[in-house]
Design a protein around this ligand. Structure first.
Ligand code: AMP
Length: 309
């Protein structure tokens, strides 16, 4: 089946409903486009587990605090669709803010707080603190994407660790879909693949390598038996301190008992999370410390009180 390329969420909704009427399971991969191998890995997983893979390509203005970051975010619908066709997706859709939210103002600046989805407790701290309003914007568009596609499963990357917690909580409140978290794809250098990497100059790209270096160092410390959050902060701080990065946070959290601030020692399980700026490009990365296979494990876990699906 060739890739359907749709420019209107209303048409995408009809397309999904038609598939479901024929008994086919829809898998959704929400993205902001500028696709890379990390996105492709989500699409391939969805293609292996569902019958029809839909990919949204929408640079969501609701989740950007900085206008400049939104404006310069890379966009190429045609190239993205070509990649998706190759990866085995069945439908790709985009739309305007107006089309996604016909009942709300066309300008984000005119939205009322009540127009946004409450992103819940996992939005507190770290990304939620450094990017006020970000998770409100994420939860609002993800709810709408779920409503448009009514997917059985939705696929997200562990790269955006806190987002996976917010989205799982949203899906639990909505009653669907099953949220599948896929491992972070990295370049051979260790740098997590990201659409924003395209914006890095060579010096900034070298600086970006310090994020994964600091995370692997943290994992080494965990394996030596350290369980005090402050020791991980000190170690990651010293690794990152050797770089020109401007660090926003480099810390650990207990993924099962999310706290906005630093958890109380001793840690039982932990994910290390970093956000830092290389020049004007903001990079984030994370790593599960208490499992050998990479960051997917931690994010794949259920929310507290929820069994694994
Ligand atoms: P974005 O287009 O950046 O909003 O990302 C869309 C989805 O792809 C999100 O669920 C991301 O977590 C996921 N993603 C982004 N980068 C990677 C990566 N390097 N490996 C795996 N998934 C990723």
């Amino acid at each position: 089946m060739s890739l359907q390329r749709l420019q209107d969420p209303g048409v995408a909704q009809l397309w999904c409903a038609d598939q479901q009427a024929r008994g086919l399971r829809v898998g959704l991969v929400p993205t902001m486009g500028a696709l890379h191998e990390g996105h492709v890995s989500l699409v391939k997983r969805a293609a292996a587990e569902t019958d029809r893979v839909c990919v949204s390509l929408f640079v969501n203005p609701l989740q950007f605090g900085e206008a400049q970051d939104f404006e310069r975010y890379p966009r190429d619908f045609t190239a993205d669709c070509d990649l998706l066709a190759e990866a085995g997706a069945h439908m790709a859709f985009t739309g305007s803010l107006d089309q996604f939210f016909p009942d709300r103002p066309g300008q984000v600046s005119e939205w009322e707080p009540s127009d946004f989805e409450d992103p819940g407790p996992y939005a507190e701290g770290l990304e939620g603190a450094f990017r006020p309003g970000h998770f409100e914007g994420v939860a609002t568009i993800v709810r709408r994407l779920f409503e448009v596609c009514l997917p059985e499963r939705a696929y997200f990357g562990a790269k955006d660790y806190q987002q996976t917690l917010v989205v799982r909580d949203l899906a639990r409140r909505m009653g669907y879909p099953e949220v599948v978290v896929c491992p972070t794809l990295r370049e051979a250098s260790g740098l997590a693949r990201s659409s924003r990497n395209e914006l890095l100059n060579p010096e900034e790209r070298s600086a970006g390598l310090f994020l994964s270096r600091a995370l692997y160092a943290a994992r080494g410390l965990w394996m030596l038996g350290e369980r005090d959050p402050m020791a991980f902060e000190a170690l990651m701080g010293s690794v990152l301190g050797q770089s020109p990065l401007e660090v926003e946070y480099a810390t650990v959290r207990d993924p099962k008992a999310w706290t906005p601030g630093r958890p109380i020692p001793p840690l039982r399980q932990a994910v290390a999370l970093i956000a830092a700026r290389a020049g004007s490009v903001r990079l984030i990365d994370n790593m599960e410390l208490d499992a050998g296979e990479g960051p997917a494990g931690a994010a794949s876990r259920s929310l507290p009180g929820e069994s694994d699906r």
